[in-house]
Design a protein around this ligand. Structure first.
Ligand SMILES: C[S@@+](CC[C@H](N)C(=O)[O-])C[C@H]1O[C@@H](n2cnc3c(N)ncnc32)[C@H](O)[C@@H]1O
Length: 210
């Protein structure tokens, strides 16, 4: 928790949170994973200190694979030593790896049955958000799911502090994300037990994909 806060202070734009996500949010973010038939491939983007990673690992079976992509060197090193390393030692037939790099540069090995994303999109320029969704949706297997979250009311709350350009950027983000929900059979769940409360949003891969 203190490590998370330190990283948030150092790099607020990319961390985008003051505390790790709650168990309730983690359960909602990973609720689609367990029903998928194996062997399954999972991609996690923006693992931080592993709030979602632990839930993904908890549902993994032999033959499954997890690629966790995390930008921060400190978070990636802790994720490996505290979460992934011990899991690998206890479950040698599961393939779990951390990639310390931005998702835009990750060497992905999909297609993935599920992508769980913890990135703070409202802190990003729209072009970066679009590019990252292209990568994540493009890496999904047919019938796969992409889940991301956003804090409740974040865009209206930021709007008074970001100037006119910032406001139009926030509006464009909102429009883009609503469009994704429309095009990808989106479903959202409200998670009140989180700091701050959040929506988890589940998007389904386009059925036209091979
Ligand atoms: C809001 S935190 C979420 C952390 C964790 N998933 C949780 O819910 O507690 C966002 C995380 O995304 C990482 N991140 C930001 N931009 C990234 C990028 N382009 N590629 C991969 N990770 C990124 C940050 O370093 C941070 O750990």
């Amino acid at each position: 928790m203190l490590g998370f806060l330190g990283e948030a202070v150092r790099s607020y734009r990319t961390t985008g949170a003051i505390a790790p996500s709650s168990r309730s949010l983690a359960r909602s973010m990973t609720s689609n994973l367990h029903a998928l038939e194996g062997p399954r491939r999972f991609l996690e983007v923006g693992s931080g200190t592993g709030a979602f990673t632990r839930h993904i690992l908890g549902g993994m079976r032999d033959g499954d694979r997890l690629d966790a992509v995390e930008l921060s060197e400190n978070f990636a090193a802790d994720l490996e030593s505290v979460v992934l390393g011990p899991h690998r030692a206890a479950h040698p037939n599961q393939d779990v790896r951390v990639h310390q790099c931005p998702i835009e540069e990750a060497q992905l090995d999909g297609p993935y049955h599920a992508v769980v994303c913890g990135l703070p999109f409202n802190n990003f320029p729209l072009e970066l958000t679009r590019r990252i969704f292209d990568i994540m949706l493009g890496s999904l297997a047919e019938g796969g799911w992409l889940t991301y979250f956003e804090y409740v009311g974040m865009r209206p709350m930021k709007a008074p502090f970001v100037g006119r350009d910032g406001r139009s950027g926030l509006r464009a983000h909102g429009d883009f994300l609503s469009g994704l929900e429309r095009d990808h059979n989106g479903r959202r769940s409200l998670i009140t037990v989180n700091i701050p409360p959040a929506w988890s949003v589940h998007l389904q891969a386009s059925t036209s994909r091979g």
